[in-house]
Design a protein around this ligand. Structure first.
Ligand SMILES: Cc1cc2nc3c(=O)[nH]c(=O)nc-3n(C[C@H](O)[C@H](O)[C@H](O)COP(=O)(O)OP(=O)(O)OC[C@H]3O[C@@H](n4cnc5c(N)ncnc54)[C@H](O)[C@@H]3O)c2cc1C
Length: 365
């Protein structure tokens, strides 16, 4: 960090999983961190607070040639793997994950081969609905628990947070004294911030259902269609959480700002989830070998959730952007702006890796 700059204060905008992990790593690096955000951990679920609406599991989408994304995802996996040892308070769970592929020409990403207990299904073991399948040990996250845990850690490290909706990064400066940099972790908020207005950003709407199904202990995903180096194709997923809740999903609607669940999507999710994991339905509904129907899940539904993934046509923005130039009667200040937004459906599984990249960017100022 440049020694000519006496201030060690940093302003972070946004307090989702990305802003929280970034702030914690900056505090640990000895900086004084002030956060400004309109949504905070503990708030009621909101589609615009993607971190609270997420599934969430660690299942990398990184293409085999994308070593940068692989490294971000791997670092996050390793951090969370260690945290999981803390048990219930971690909000994390290690579990067997089974990945099924519906079409002949689809294969798993190479990233999975580096995970514990990786195995490829033999042709005789494949279920009828899959042409290829792998299994390994991965992690799931319980967002409300994990976000609160990070907030406590942030406060214990001396971080300060203000709840405010700002119209620009420049207007957020009123919350921090002479910061050496602003870190932008506003997700989809960067569409509207006047001094960012990133037209490459767009929402990918996701709808999921939370079930009370503590008997489900393994994760399953079925992918139909190619990921195409991102999140292409249709995915059906079952995400058990440590608490006994199980998330079933999902949907991917591009540029769709509908914040409420759609009944037809719920029915489709229940149908797809049951075909992948019939044991989701309570045991009584499966007596005598009966094949469960979507309605059989209704008695264990806890809530239906919608969230907007912060997607970006040109991919994740993790870089030193243009300085903010603040002019007053007496002087002109240049404030470095570091961006960490646009994680689409991968913000949970890459958060710690991205946070550590921001610390490197700050040290290079
Ligand atoms: C249904 C669903 C399932 C998902 N599953 C997974 C998964 O399994 N694995 C995975 O890795 N990811 C998953 N994701 C994606 C993940 O949730 C996102 O990538 C991640 O939450 C993005 O985090 P974020 O902190 O950038 O954004 P957000 O959580 O949206 O936080 C943005 C922050 O910026 C603040 N902000 C924005 N604008 C302003 C403003 N003008 N003024 C003040 N504050 C502002 C907000 O208040 C908030 O605090 C899923 C998402 C959805 C919707």
């Amino acid at each position: 960090m440049a020694s000519h700059n006496a201030s060690r204060s940093i302003l972070v905008c946004g307090f989702g999983i990305v802003g929280l992990t970034t702030s914690i790593r900056l505090l640990e690096a000895g900086l004084k961190v002030t956060v400004v955000a309109s949504h905070l951990p503990g708030d009621a679920l909101s589609a615009r607070y993607a971190s609270s609406a997420a599934g969430a599991h660690h299942l990398s989408f990184a293409a085999d040639h994308d070593t940068r994304q692989q490294a971000l995802d791997r670092r996050t996996f390793d951090v969370m793997w260690e945290e999981e040892i803390e048990g219930n308070s971690s909000g994390l769970m290690r579990l067997t994950q089974r990945e099924f592929y519906g079409n002949e020409d689809e294969k798993h990403v190479a990233f999975f081969e580096s995970l514990p207990d990786f195995k490829v299904y033999t042709p005789e073991d494949l279920p009828v609905f899959a042409k290829h399948a792998v299994s390994f040990t991965s992690l799931t996250m319980d967002p409300p628990v994990y976000l609160q845990r990070l907030r406590s850690r942030f406060q214990a490290l001396g971080g300060i947070v203000h709840r405010a909706h700002v119209e620009s990064l420049a207007s957020a400066l009123s919350f921090a004294q002479d910061p050496i940099a602003i870190v932008n972790c506003t997700g989809l908020g960067s569409l509207e911030l006047k001094d960012v207005q990133d037209k490459d950003l767009f929402p990918i709407r996701g709808q999921v259902i939370a079930l009370n199904a503590p008997w489900i202990k393994e994760g399953r995903t079925k992918q139909v269609g190619k990921l195409d180096g991102g999140e292409g194709g249709e995915r059906t997923y079952i995400i058990p959480r440590r608490s006994g809740e199980v998330i079933i999903g999902g949907t991917r609607e591009i540029d769709d700002w509908m914040p409420e669940p759609r009944p037809e999507s719920s029915l489709d999710i229940k149908r797809r989830a049951l075909s992948l994991f019939p044991e989701l339905a309570p045991e009584s509904t499966r007596a005598g070998g009966r094949i469960p129907a979507p309605d059989d899940l209704d008695s264990i539904i806890l809530r239906e959730v919608v969230g907007f993934r912060p997607a970006r046509r040109t991919g994740l923005r993790l870089e030193h952007g243009d300085d903010l130039i603040i002019e007053s009667n007496t002087d002109t200040r240049h404030i470095p702006v570091l961006h960490n937004y646009g994680h689409s459906g991968a913000g949970w599984q890459s958060c710690w890796g991205c946070a550590e990249e921001v610390v490197k960017l700050v040290k290079a100022i």
